[in-house]
Write a protein that binds this ligand. Structure first.
Ligand code: HEC
Ligand code: HEC
Ligand code: HEC
Ligand code: HEC
Ligand code: HEC
Length: 301
């Protein structure tokens, strides 16, 4: 959470020029259709299954994010000492990474409606109303098109989406996209690079070190790549059988998180003389070695 303050400053600087142009959506469904990935699920069933369990598939609706957005709206915006701060701030400061579709395409009126839905989804006592708000919001979570429809190299979330093109790593022979759904398939070199994850997993002004702005990206660059290590984010987070896994495990997935630490314990039996009791006792000398294999600080977050 410590990266928020800096992130917010940066977001505020970026927000204005980036949201100024293009036609905006006025309803959630219009907005969702600007990044609709319902057509991808029928053929890519395994990937869809894994994605749906990932945090990316809950980037607005995950309870931790949802409640923090709520607090930001009620305390940071509505409760701001300077009156007249609009709820569109949520779109411009948080949704750029958590729901890029909303950041790029939501009209001001829709952005305020989204903020209202977030408060309802977090605080509403009536279960039916709460569920309805959650259902609407989940249409904005990060999906196939958020990641595969972006044409600017390394340019998420500030890139430009291309409505009818799928950008992929380029390994597939003849993807049937054109015939099946009218999409081109284009190879994008950035898909396999760490840079692909950077725009969302960094969010600091250029030139800031990991001391000032400790993000997954800055720490990875300074404590991992700079020490000669080579793995990309994808090589650790998208490992799967027969293809890239879209489960994206992180710190909450115990088995995966455990791969960060090599724990070696050696115990050597010895004897200990207890001066007070004047007796010799059996004892062990323990040697504990901890090694952090992950490019992230431990603990962190
Ligand atoms: C530059 C992109 C970016 C912006 C802007 C951004 N976030 Fe995030 N946020 C992320 C990413 C990536 C993660 C997941 C990685 C992590 O947990 O650090 C995340 C995680 C979170 C989490 C979960 C943290 C945890 O593990 O408990 C919360 C809550 C959250 N964001 C709230 C917000 C709020 C509120 C705002 C706006 C004030 C915001 N974010 C703005 C990218 C962003
Ligand atoms: C968070 C971003 C992200 C999301 C969301 C995402 N992908 Fe991917 N996808 C990637 C990246 C990055 C690669 C390249 C991985 C590599 O080759 O190193 C990839 C690779 C692929 C591949 C080619 C590799 C393979 O496994 O066959 C397919 C197909 C694919 N994605 C489909 C999908 C579908 C379908 C969805 C939605 C259910 C989806 N992706 C959602 C980032 C994403
Ligand atoms: C009619 C079935 C079908 C549909 C619909 C479909 N795909 Fe595919 N897709 C495939 C097949 C088959 C491949 C090739 C798999 C291979 O060769 O490994 C493929 C390959 C891909 C690749 C890898 C391309 C590369 O660069 O190597 C990506 C990314 C991808 N699909 C994403 C999507 C997304 C996003 C959607 C929704 C907009 C989608 N697909 C819809 C069948 C489909
Ligand atoms: C050598 C393997 C490896 C590489 C490379 C790697 N990670 Fe991780 N990552 C891990 C492991 C293991 C964890 C869980 C334990 C931990 O948090 O250190 C993790 C945790 C995370 C988390 C969970 C939240 C947090 O901060 O703990 C996020 C988000 C993340 N990584 C994103 C990235 C991004 C983005 C990159 C590339 C810039 C990257 N990782 C590179 C292994 C890796
Ligand atoms: C469009 C922005 C975006 C892109 C691109 C993106 N992420 Fe994320 N990622 C997020 C957000 C936002 C979250 C937090 C979701 C939530 O609220 O729970 C997240 C969550 C994660 C998590 C789980 C974090 C945790 O707390 O354990 C991992 C791991 C992760 N991302 C890895 C990656 C990797 C690796 C890439 C590049 C291949 C990538 N992401 C690309 C926005 C993005």
């Amino acid at each position: 959470m410590k990266h928020f303050v800096v992130m917010l400053l940066f977001a505020a600087l970026l927000a204005i020029p980036l949201t100024a142009s293009a036609e905006k959506a006025n309803t959630i469904d219009e907005l969702a259709s600007s990044m609709d990935s319902s057509q991808c699920t029928g053929c890519h069933t395994d990937i869809h299954e894994n994605w749906s369990k990932s945090w990316h598939a809950q980037s607005v609706t995950d309870p931790r994010s949802l409640r923090t957005f709520r607090t930001f709206i009620l305390k940071g915006i509505d409760g701001n000492k300077k009156p007249g701060v609009p709820r569109t701030m949520l779109r411009d400061m948080c949704l750029m990474c958590h729901a890029p579709a909303a950041f790029l395409n939501a009209s001001d009126q829709l952005a305020e409606q989204i903020a209202g839905l977030i408060v309802t989804a977090a605080d509403e006592k009536d279960a039916a109303k709460k569920d309805a708000a959650m259902k609407e919001l989940s249409k904005l979570d990060i999906n196939c098109i958020t990641c595969h429809g972006n044409k600017a190299p390394g340019g998420l979330p500030m890139g430009a989406w291309d409505a009818k093109t799928i950008y992929g790593p380029g390994d597939a022979k003849n993807p049937p996209h054109q015939d099946a759904i009218g999409f081109n398939t284009v190879k994008s070199d950035v898909m396999k690079k760490a840079e692909f994850c950077m725009p969302c997993h960094h969010g600091c002004p250029p030139g800031m070190s990991s001391k000032e702005c400790p993000t997954q990206w800055s720490v990875y660059q300074e404590h991992y790549i700079a020490h000669g290590e080579k793995k990309t984010c994808q090589e650790c987070h998208m490992q799967g059988e027969g293809g890239a896994s879209h489960r994206f495990p992180g710190i909450y997935e115990k088995e995966f998180a455990a791969t960060a630490i090599d724990l070696s314990l050696t115990a050597t039996p010895t004897r200990h003389f207890d001066h007070l009791q004047n007796i010799m006792m059996p004892a062990v000398v323990m040697n504990v070695q901890l090694k952090n294999n992950s490019p992230h600080d431990l603990p962190h977050g």
